[in-house]
Design a protein. Structure first.
Length: 273
């Protein structure tokens, strides 16, 4: 699944092409993805100006004067900007046409989403899918103090707490494993047993790794490409993720793989205590 860096890379790629542009057409080739497409979406958007391309967690938010278009890439989706559109293929489900180019959503597994939130329904931050999300890890409100304070009653392993998204949002499976490795924290450690000093290391690791991943175009493990069609290459920098049985790049011990909450976790026993 595209995680925060991949979604932010996508936002950075589409923003210059959409912001300030007028929507001339909306094309929906199926009834919907994870949820049905809004039935009146073309009527809502045609002739309207895209004011801003924003992001909340793993959701992309295209802001208009009269509401917000919410987009989610699901398990395998991606957005591309096409100046010379090709004939749509089987998994090309949604086009937003602006002038002589369009933004196309491709989603082979159809777990993504295209939803509309009208301004009359209130602040989009209170949308059912957004209101329970934690703080953004790349914004000033995210801190070690926040992690420490919010985990005093969390007995669950720290890796699973990070993935819940209600304290800090967007730190998915890949980047949680990498951040815990850099901070030297075993992913099985109960969140409430981690000291403030160790959370200082973890918060710094999360910020640094997410920023590095964005700078490198995110991770391309299966289907993800940026809005320009290029793959990311942060996967070349992994220390533990998807490296089970290989030597740790720091101590030369073996990287191990375990299952936590139906997700794979990768860590080094020697480096992460």
């Amino acid at each position: 699944m595209p995680e925060l860096p991949e979604v932010e890379v996508t936002r950075l790629g589409i923003a210059p092409h959409l912001e300030g542009q007028t929507v001339t057409a909306v094309v929906m080739r199926h009834a919907g993805l994870r949820w049905p497409f809004p039935p009146d979406l073309e009527m809502q958007l045609a002739g309207r100006i895209v004011r801003r391309a924003a992001r909340r967690g793993k959701y992309l938010l295209l802001e208009f004067d009269h509401g917000t278009l919410l987009l989610h890439l699901g398990m395998s989706g991606h957005l591309r900007i096409l100046a010379n559109p090709t004939v749509p293929e089987k998994h090309d489900h949604f086009d937003l046409v602006v002038g002589s180019q369009l933004m196309r959503l491709t989603d082979p597994r159809r777990f993504g989403a295209v939803l509309w939130h009208a301004a009359g329904e209130g602040d989009v931050a209170n949308h059912l899918l957004l209101r329970g999300l934690g703080v953004e890890p790349l914004e000033p409100h995210f801190s070690a103090e926040l992690l420490y304070r919010q985990t005093r009653n969390r007995a669950a392993p720290i890796k699973q707490v990070l993935l819940m998204g209600d304290i800090v949002v967007g730190v998915g499976n890949i980047y949680a494993s990498e951040s815990l490795f850099r901070a030297g924290i075993n992913p099985k450690t109960s969140a409430r047993r981690i000291s403030l000093a160790r959370y200082e290391k973890l918060a710094e690791a999360i910020r640094d790794i997410l920023a590095q991943a964005i700078a490198q175009g995110g991770s391309t493990l299966r289907d993800f490409v940026g809005a320009n069609g290029q793959a990311g290459y942060f996967q070349q920098s992994y220390f533990v993720y998807d490296r089970s049985g290989q030597q740790c790049r720091i101590c030369a011990g073996l990287v191990r793989q375990i299952r936590q909450g139906q997700r794979s976790t990768f860590y080094c026993v020697n480096c992460q205590k």
